[in-house]
Structure formats: structure tokens, C-alpha cells
Write a protein that binds this ligand. Structure first.
Ligand code: HPA
Length: 272
């Protein structure tokens, strides 16, 4: 088996050939709701079904189609990656982070990870966007697990002290003044949490809970990309506001916020 880094190089070369983009500047991984919003960034000049690239797997979640959109925005070559795959679909950590490794291999030095998340702070309700300040990875796995990275790559014992780039966070706050900062706690899911688990998350310091992002952030940091994380609060986490949670509501919250997410991305991308 080729190692995950060679596989990402292979996929990156395929992507370059198919898109005509020699080197991307920014990769944006689109979570629930963000894909609809990203239409506001304008017409892509190229669209590739991601399953046509080596190592990419088709997502099984409704609302997550697998495509890579290439576009010019604010003088940058931007790749929008839709169709994230998750651990809860039965995939391994290296498969989950493969799109991020591929886009970095294709030149992207900044990775924007977007998602929909449950909110723990009663004052940051559904529809708000939170800039991820730090994360707690409770997935029980890591993209760095397994054989050591090959020659030329950083150590698997990667430092995460400044995982979410302070420079990128302050650039975003400069461009959009009303965004909160928070800590994202990543779990495997796909079940939603119990109120007791959310209480645990709160004690741990979490602002948001979700089932993605944490592994991609680690993989991107390992490859020296600047990492920015943006969460749409799609619902109050279990027990925060009473009432039950369901996946359809999470998707609906994304649709409802789409226009404002698109506007937000178009203000953020120029300052990255
Ligand atoms: N919990 C976990 N993941 C989520 C949630 C949640 O409440 N909302 C959206 N993704």
C-alpha cells in the first residue's frame, strides 16, 4: 500500500491536471450549510467529482456531495471541497483527512475547515458562526497514528500549541467584527450526545460539539498549513435548551443560514 502522503501527492497531481490549477492558495472544506452558502463566491471555473481522484471516497451522508470546485476569488486560487467523509461512516482517520492532505499537496497553504456544530453556550444560539480558537479531540484517533511519516515530512509528534492560527483568527475578527471565539470538541458520533456528555464537554471547556474537523485540523497543521475553523451553530447541544435533536433540523439550520454563510466567506477569504 502507498503511504497516505504519496497518495495525497498522486491525487494532487490528478487534481492539477483536471482543474488546470498549478497551485491553490486556499482550500475550504464545506460542512453542512456552508456548501449552499459558497455559491455566493461566484461561478467556479472547474468542478471535479472528488471520487474520480485517487484515495477519495464517496460520502454516504445526505447533504454532503463529493465535489471540488475551483474558483478565483479576491486574487486567490480557491478550492471548495464538498462531501466530507467522517469516522462515523466507518472510514479511517487517514481517509477522513485525505482531501485536506491532497489540497495542501496541491499548493494550499491555508485551510478553512467549516462545519455545523451543537452549541453549548446559551448566548450563542443557532445561526451564529463561531471562530474555532482551539479543539478537544475525543475521537480516540489521530491522523498521525500508524507508520511514521516518510522522509521530508514533519514528525508525527506534531505540536498543536497554535493549532488554529492566531494570525488567521485575528484577520477574521478584523474583517467580521461580531463573531465569537470558541473551543470545538470532536466526537465520533453519529449519535448525538446525551445531556450528561454535554455537561462533561462544558466542564472540559467546550463551546461547540461536532463530529468532524478535529482530525483535518491536525493533519493540516502537521503539513504546516495555516488552519482556520468556522462553526455554524446549527442547534443547541443536548440538554442546553430542552427538546430533542435530529439530523433534519441540523441540515435545515444550514439551509436557513446559507446566505449569511456565503456573505461571511466572501468577507473572510480576502483577508486570509
Ligand atoms: N452534536 C454533535 N454534532 C453536531 C451537533 C450536535 O449537537 N449539531 C451538529 N453537529
Amino acid at each position: 500500500m502507498t503511504n497516505p502522503y504519496e497518495l495525497a501527492q498522486l491525487a494532487a497531481n490528478e487534481l492539477r491536471n483536471l482543474s488546470g490549477v498549478d497551485a491553490y492558495d486556499v482550500a475550504v472544506v464545506l460542512g453542512s450549510g456552508w456548501k449552499e452558502g459558497a455559491g455566493a463566491l461566484g461561478e467556479p471555473f472547474n468542478v471535479i467529482p472528488s471520487a474520480s481522484l485517487s484515495g477519495f471516497i464517496a460520502p454516504t451522508v445526505a447533504g454532503h456531495s463529493g465535489q471540488i470546485f475551483s474558483l478565483d476569488f479576491a486574487g486567490k486560487k480557491v478550492a471548495l471541497v464538498s462531501g466530507r467523509v467522517h469516522l462515523y461512516e466507518g472510514h479511517r482517520a487517514d481517509q477522513v483527512v485525505h482531501p485536506v492532505r491532497t489540497l495542501i499537496a496541491a499548493g494550499a497553504s491555508t485551510v478553512v475547515l467549516t462545519n455545523a456544530a451543537g452549541g453549548l453556550d446559551p448566548s450563542i444560539g443557532p445561526g451564529h458562526v463561531v471562530v474555532i480558537r482551539d479543539q478537544i479531540n475525543l475521537t480516540g484517533t489521530s491522523p498521525m497514528e500508524g507508520p511514521a511519516p516518510p522522509e521530508g515530512y514533519g514528525s508525527r509528534f506534531v505540536d498543536l500549541t497554535d493549532l488554529y492560527s492566531a494570525d488567521l483568527r485575528s484577520a477574521v475578527h478584523g474583517a467580521v467584527t461580531d463573531l465569537a471565539d470558541g473551543v470545538y470538541l470532536g466526537l465520533r458520533g453519529p449519535h448525538y450526545e446525551t445531556p450528561a456528555e454535554i455537561e462533561m464537554a462544558r466542564v472540559m471547556g467546550a463551546t461547540l460539539v461536532g463530529m468532524s474537523t478535529v482530525l483535518e485540523a491536525i493533519a493540516a497543521r502537521h503539513l504546516n498549513a495555516g488552519v482556520l475553523g468556522l462553526s455554524l451553530v446549527s442547534n443547541y447541544a443536548a440538554g442546553v435548551a430542552g427538546g430533542a435533536l435530529n439530523h433534519a433540523e441540523v441540515l435545515e439550520a444550514g439551509q436557513a443560514a446559507a446566505a449569511s454563510l456565503g456573505a461571511l466567506l466572501s468577507r473572510v477569504l480576502p483577508v486570509l
